[in-house]
Structures are given as structure tokens and as C-alpha cells.
Design a protein around this ligand. Structure first.
Ligand code: ZN
Length: 121
């Protein structure tokens, strides 16, 4: 991977990070203690019992979404750190370069396709 390619990937990662941050802020409050921690906002529909049931249901639907977004955010941060350290795009398992084609679709990939398949089995 050359410098220009790395720069492009970095831009892509930053963009993804912004988008995810944005999505997270719509359903959660930023936790001041941690950079990538968000507190899911508990919805307030009203005081009636059926409204309370709806609130709990809404909250339990929202929680896994929030957790998924936080995980993606952490992966992107990890990838961004690697672009700084210079080990971005290197498979964490076998140490080979991850093909640019794969990074284009999964820019925070930590493993090459071979290793990912192997480790999933
Ligand atoms: Zn590998």
C-alpha cells in the first residue's frame, strides 16, 4: 500500500467514524468518562402504563443497536491508530498484507480473508 492509498483509507475511516458518532448521538448520550462510551437514552413517552411498556420495549430494541455502533467505532479507532503506527493493513494473525480490495470494503479489517475464514471455523 502506498502513501496515497493509506491516506484515502484514513479519510474513509474518519468519515465512517463521523457517521457512526452521529448515529450514536441520536440514540444515546456521550459518556464523559470514556471516549467511545455512550449511555443509551431511555425514551420518555409518558406516565401511563402502556406508555411505560412501550418505553421499555423501545429501549431494549435500541440497546443492541447502540452496542453494535460502539463496537464499529472501536474497530475504526483501532484501524486509525494503526494508520499512525504504520501497521495498518497487516493481518494480525499471519502478518501478511491484507489486499487493498478487501480493505476497500472492510476498512477496519484486522485479518486477511484466509485467516478470518480459518479462525471462524
Ligand atoms: Zn492472515
Amino acid at each position: 500500500m502506498n502513501k496515497k492509498e493509506l491516506l484515502q483509507i484514513k479519510e474513509q475511516l474518519e468519515k465512517q467514524k463521523k457517521e457512526i458518532n452521529h448515529q450514536l448521538l441520536e440514540l444515546a448520550e456521550k459518556d464523559p468518562r470514556g471516549q467511545n462510551n455512550y449511555e443509551a437514552r431511555f425514551p420518555q413517552f409518558g406516565q401511563a402504563e402502556d406508555e411505560n411498556i412501550d418505553e421499555v420495549e423501545d429501549f431494549s430494541n435500541l440497546l443492541p443497536v447502540k452496542i453494535g455502533l460502539e463496537e464499529s467505532l472501536a474497530e475504526i479507532d483501532e484501524a486509525l491508530k494503526k494508520t499512525e503506527k504504520g501497521n495498518y493493513g497487516i493481518c494480525e494473525n499471519c502478518g501478511k498484507e491484507i489486499p487493498l480490495k478487501r480493505l476497500g470494503v472492510a476498512s477496519s479489517a484486522r485479518l486477511c480473508l484466509n485467516c478470518e475464514k480459518k479462525l471462524k471455523e
